[in-house]
Every structure is written in C-alpha cells, then in structure tokens.
Ligand binder design. Structure first.
Ligand code: 5GP
Length: 119
C-alpha cells in the first residue's frame, strides 16, 4: 500500500493537528490515543513515511528502526508502566483492523489487560 501523506498521524507529525504529546526525539513521537481503551493508552509513531510494520522493517534505515524501538522502550519507562506490566500492539492491515495507515504501536497499561485477543 502506498503511503498517504494526508493520513491523520502524518498531519500530527507535521504539527497540522494537535496531539497530547508524551515523548519526542529525532526518530519518534509518542502521544495519548484520542479514544483510550485502557487507563494508559499511548501511541508511538516513527518519523518517516511507513504504513505498517512490514514496509518499515523492509525499507527503513537501520538507525531509524533502532531509534524507533529504543523510543518505545523510553516511553514505557517514562510512563512508569514497566514494573506493573503493559501490552504493546501493532495492528497491520485489514484483518487486524488497522485504521490509520502510518505505523504505530499501541501501549496499553494501568489495569490487568485480560486475554491477548478479543474472542
Ligand atoms: P489502529 O486501529 O490503526 O491500530 O489504531 C488507530 C488509533 O488511533 C485508534 O486507537 C484511534 O483512537 C487513534 N486515533 C485516531 N485518530 C486520532 C487522532 O486524531 N489523535 C489521536 N491522538 N489518536 C487518534
């Protein structure tokens, strides 16, 4: 799938739409999900035009891949969710219900999160 530069997270990255930011560095931006599904629900996106994990891992430069994953870890530390535990989730494509076509990981925390998949 070709990257759509008008997707909502591209607009957030360009500062055209506001977000409730929790972390930013040269590789990644993290912000609270607009419709949280847990007491903590944060999205971490890479600074680059990637639709999903498949094209990111296939074509992003190594420093961006490393920087993005390090940022995810830093966000989890900053949010204080590491000790009690959290869930990290990528939706990719139609079967996963991916709505926004810019790579993002969901970080869920703040309560016991139940089974891994909805039945
Ligand atoms: P997906 O289903 O693509 O994995 O998840 C997209 C997520 O983005 C959803 O949890 C949705 O609530 C969130 N979202 C959609 N639009 C916005 C927005 O404009 N701002 C923020 N902060 N989150 C959004």
């Amino acid at each position: 799938m070709a990257y759509d530069p008008n997707n909502i997270f591209a607009k957030i990255l360009r500062g055209e739409i506001p977000c409730n930011k929790v972390y930013e560095d040269q590789f990644a931006l993290a912000f609270h999900d607009i419709k949280p599904q847990a007491p903590v629900h944060v999205l971490v996106i890479p600074k680059g035009d990637y639709v999903s994990l498949a094209d990111f891992t296939a074509s992003a430069p190594a420093d961006l891949i490393a920087g993005y994953f390090r940022a995810i870890g830093k966000v989890a530390q900053q949010l204080g969710i590491v000790e009690d535990g959290f869930r990290a989730l990528f939706n990719a494509g139609a079967n996963a219900g991916q709505e926004v076509p810019h790579l993002h990981i969901h970080l869920f925390a703040g309560r016991p999160l139940g089974p891994m998949l909805a039945r």
